[in-house]
Design a protein around this ligand. Structure first.
Ligand code: FES
Length: 113
């Protein structure tokens, strides 16, 4: 895992989402209940991006069919789907850092074209 700097923590308000691609991984930063965390930006149901999902009370809701996931653990709380991959985050000198796997993501998570 490699620590990768992303955005100033002040750029992510409560309930905010910020999609990124780091080392090929689609990652979504979310702030809920004050904490900034990172999950894979693909729903485990049909791989919809989650960046337009509502973030509330430590959960994110998939905008496509409404599955809800706990942001801290990635666990699916409503919908019965697999857990989301999560990434460790840290704030250093006000900048959000994400631990990104050294290896590239599987082909289904790589950008098209
Ligand atoms: S794609 Fe997310 S719930 Fe169906």
């Amino acid at each position: 895992m490699t620590l990768t700097a992303t955005i100033p923590e002040g750029d992510l308000p409560e309930g905010g989402r910020h999609p990124l691609r780091l080392n090929g991984w689609p990652i979504l930063l979310c702030r809920s209940d004050g904490a900034i965390r990172a999950v894979i930006d693909r729903c485990s149901h049909q791989a919809s991006p989650l960046a337009d999902g509502r973030v509330r009370r430590g959960m994110i809701m998939c905008p496509l069919h409404g599955a809800r996931f706990e942001i801290a653990s990635g666990r699916c709380l409503a919908g019965g789907y697999a857990a989301l991959k999560t990434f460790e985050t840290t704030v250093i000198d006000g900048i959000v850092q994400v631990d990104v796997p050294d290896k590239a993501p599987p082909p289904e998570l790589q950008p098209v074209g």
